[in-house]
Each structure stands twice: as structure tokens, then as C-alpha cells.
Design a protein around this ligand. Structure first.
Ligand SMILES: Cc1cc2nc3c(=O)[nH]c(=O)nc-3n(C[C@H](O)[C@H](O)[C@H](O)COP(=O)(O)OP(=O)(O)OC[C@H]3O[C@@H](n4cnc5c(N)ncnc54)[C@H](O)[C@@H]3O)c2cc1C
Length: 361
């Protein structure tokens, strides 16, 4: 394909697909997406998957081909930034002129001793597939959005389970008072016991040990306390922060390697109020699209535009019939306006469907 600008997109999650769709419209470019999975699975529905609900998935190769985008299935193990090639586990190597790095995030299995061996995660479809058949006592560790969604979904779908949430702060501690109160009320209504103000210091085969010395017996421990990123960027010499996320400028180009752009969970992007954008589908979609827009501008001899982004809402589902829509200021600070109950559940369902439609080529 001599003469064509080769744009390789690493990762076919929300950020990567959004980048690839935009890149496919760039005159003079040939776009290839690489992912270790053959199918796109809506990651924001994995709490539903672990509760036994079926979550739609679709074939990446087929969808991307319909938009003239090539797909290579494989796991990237190295980026040679000198020769500009991505190397895959199976020995393939793909040359790029521009690379969009969108490898997302995984669970943090090194959080405390025993997590990797005895806890389970819902961070990826593969993690969910490894969760054993749930019975008896379930400990959900973490009171962030993922922990709340997992605990509520399981409690609603599987009332036979005894679910305890363990969280260092109250569930949804960063939300407005109204939203926090609704989260607490709903978890209680669904029968979730909340142990707040404690952390887990160790996980073992039979449960968890807490900072206050207590032991909590659990048949399954679901670990939801924040995500880590793949170490590929750091290993390949790109400038990264202390969590391994790629440092980018306002146009989303890597600060150390401008021919590489980064988007989604794998990038540190400055947002309103100089706060870093949170790891979210809500930030992955626009940053992915913007990375490709900036590449297109440069390719056509124009200045790459800076990302313009503001927040509007945060959405948390509380099972299929309840939820929280927290309205926020442009920098993500919660306001006093909150939608709850069934309308919030519908609203969130609409947002999740919209995100999948936006990502789908
Ligand atoms: C249960 C759950 C609920 C969530 N709910 C919400 C929500 O309500 N709202 C919200 O905004 N966010 C939510 N999130 C967070 C959201 O899913 C992520 O922030 C988002 O998926 C990030 O998108 P991404 O494209 O950066 O990464 P990902 O979606 O993680 O995609 C990364 C892709 O890279 C591929 N990949 C990784 N490593 C390699 C490799 N070495 N080689 C090849 N391919 C590779 C993966 O297979 C994957 O397809 C939720 C997350 C979870 C787990």
C-alpha cells in the first residue's frame, strides 16, 4: 500500500474503535486495528455478566471490514519505536506511520497479598469467565462505581447470595450527599451488608482479613478497587506516569514519541480544572476520536487541535430497576442535582446502548 499513511490502532475497546472509525475517514490513510480478542464485549456491562445475564458481543473483523478497516487478532508484546513496528506474540509484526495506543486497563492483582491467587475480578470478559459459580457468601471489595454496580446487580439477580461490600469509605464517597444516601438505601434494600471504614489487608482461600483485625469468611471475593494498565508502554520506553499510563500533550500525542497517540484508560489526559480524566467509557470514546482527528490534521499539514472536553454526568446502575445519575460540573465535581430510581435505570441503559453504538463500526 505504498503512499498510504499507515495508522495502526492498538486495542479495540471504546477508545480504539472510536479512533479507528474516525481514522477510516482520513483521506490517504490505511487503518489496521489490533486486538487480542476476536469480539467486542461491552465492558461497562461486565457486572451484569458476572450476575449471569447475557451480554451482547460482536465480531470485530466483520464489523471493521464493513468500514474498510483491517483487523489483526493478536497480542501486542513489543513496540519497536525506532523501526515503528508493533510486534505480536505469534511473531507477526506490523509497521505504522502513526500508532494509536488504546490498550485500556485490567484489574490490580497486586493490591494486597493473596489477591492474585484467591480473589476474582470483573475488569475484563476473561476475568468474568474465570469467576467460579457463585454460591453462599460473596465479598465485594471496593465501594467505587464498579463495586456498587457489582454488589447491586448480584443482589438483585441472585437474592440467594449473602453479599458483603467492604469499603474504606462509604459507598460512592465522592458523590453528592443525595446520591450517597440513595446508594446506601438501595444497597440496604437489596440486602447488601456494607462494612465501611475498613480495608482488606489480605485475601486467602476462605475470605479476607481487615485492617481492624476482623476476618470475614467468603466463598468468593470479587476485587473491584481500581484498575491498573498494561505495562507495554513503559517497557517500550514511552514516557509514562507512575501507574504506567502514557503521558500525552493536549492533542493526545505521546510526550516522548509524537508519532504515537494514546487514548482511553491507558493515557493520562488533562481535563477541565487540570484534573486528569477518569478511566471511563465516557472519556475513552471522545479521546479515541480526538486522537484520530489530530493525526488527520497533521497528515494534511494543519495544526493538530487540542482536545476540548467537559463532563456532564456520572451514571451508576443499581441493578436493572434503579440507578444514580449524578449531574456534575465541567470538571466532574458533583452538583446537587441527582436522578434516581427507575428513570435513572432507563437513562443509564440509554447511555450504555449509545456508547456501544458509538463504538460499533
Ligand atoms: C464492570 C464495569 C463497569 C463499568 N461501568 C462504566 C460506566 O458505567 N461508565 C463508564 O464510563 N465506564 C465504566 N467502566 C469503565 C470502562 O469500561 C473503561 O473505562 C473503558 O472500557 C476504557 O476503554 P478503553 O478503550 O480505554 O479500554 P478497554 O475497553 O479496556 O479496551 C482495551 C482493548 O485493548 C485490548 N488489549 C489489551 N491489551 C492488549 C494487547 N497487549 N494486545 C492486543 N490487545 C490488547 C483488549 O482486548 C481490549 O479490547 C466500567 C468498567 C467495568 C469493568
Amino acid at each position: 500500500m505504498t503512499g498510504e499513511h499507515r495508522i495502526v490502532v492498538l486495542g479495540a475497546g471504546y477508545a480504539g474503535l472510536s479512533a479507528a472509525k474516525r481514522a477510516a475517514k482520513v483521506r490517504g490513510a490505511r487503518v489496521t486495528v489490533i486486538d487480542s480478542r476476536a469480539e467486542f464485549v461491552e465492558r461497562v456491562r461486565l457486572h451484569q455478566a458476572v450476575a449471569g445475564q447475557s451480554v451482547a458481543r460482536w465480531d470485530l473483523r466483520e464489523r471493521l471490514a464493513a468500514k474498510g478497516i483491517d483487523f489483526v487478532r493478536g497480542r501486542a508484546v513489543h513496540i519497536d519505536t525506532d523501526t515503528r513496528r508493533v510486534e505480536l506474540e505469534d511473531g507477526q509484526s506490523l509497521a505504522y506511520d502513526s500508532l494509536v495506543y488504546a490498550l485500556g486497563s485490567v484489574w490490580d492483582a497486586s493490591a494486597v497479598p493473596g489477591v492474585a491467587d484467591h480473589a476474582h475480578s470483573v475488569a475484563t470478559p476473561e476475568d468474568v469467565a474465570r469467576v467460579p459459580a457463585l454460591t453462599g457468601r460473596i465479598a465485594v471489595v471496593g465501594g467505587g462505581s464498579t463495586g456498587i454496580e457489582v454488589a447491586a446487580e448480584l443482589a438483585e439477580t441472585r437474592p440467594d447470595l449473602a453479599i458483603t461490600m467492604i469499603t474504606s469509605e462509604e459507598p460512592g464517597a465522592w458523590l453528592s450527599a443525595k446520591a450517597r444516601a440513595h446508594a446506601a438505601r438501595t444497597l440496604s434494600r437489596l440486602g447488601v451488608e456494607v462494612r465501611s471504614g475498613v480495608k482488606v489487608v489480605e485475601v486467602d482461600r476462605g475470605g479476607v482479613t481487615l485492617t481492624d483485625g476482623d476476618r470475614l469468611a467468603a466463598d468468593t471475593v470479587l476485587w473491584t478497587t481500581g484498575f491498573a494498565v498494561p505495562d507495554l508502554a513503559a517497557r517500550c520506553g514511552l514516557a509514562v506516569d507512575d501507574r504506567g499510563r502514557i503521558l500525552v500533550d493536549a492533542t493526545l500525542r505521546s510526550r516522548s514519541h509524537p508519532e504515537i497517540s494514546a487514548a482511553g484508560d491507558a493515557a493520562v489526559v488533562s481535563g477541565p480544572g487540570d484534573r486528569h480524566l477518569r478511566m471511563a467509557c465516557a472519556t475513552a470514546l471522545p479521546t479515541g476520536k480526538h486522537a484520530a482527528t489530530a493525526i488527520a490534521a497533521t497528515l494534511h499539514g494543519k495544526a493538530a487541535p487540542p482536545l476540548s472536553f467537559r463532563y456532564y454526568i456520572q451514571c451508576i446502575s443499581l441493578g436493572r430497576r434503579d440507578g444514580i445519575i449524578q449531574f456534575v460540573a465541567p470538571d466532574d465535581t458533583p452538583t446537587g442535582t441527582v436522578l434516581t430510581g427507575r428513570p435513572a435505570a432507563w437513562f443509564k441503559e440509554g447511555i450504555v446502548r449509545g456508547a456501544a453504538r458509538t463504538a460499533r463500526p
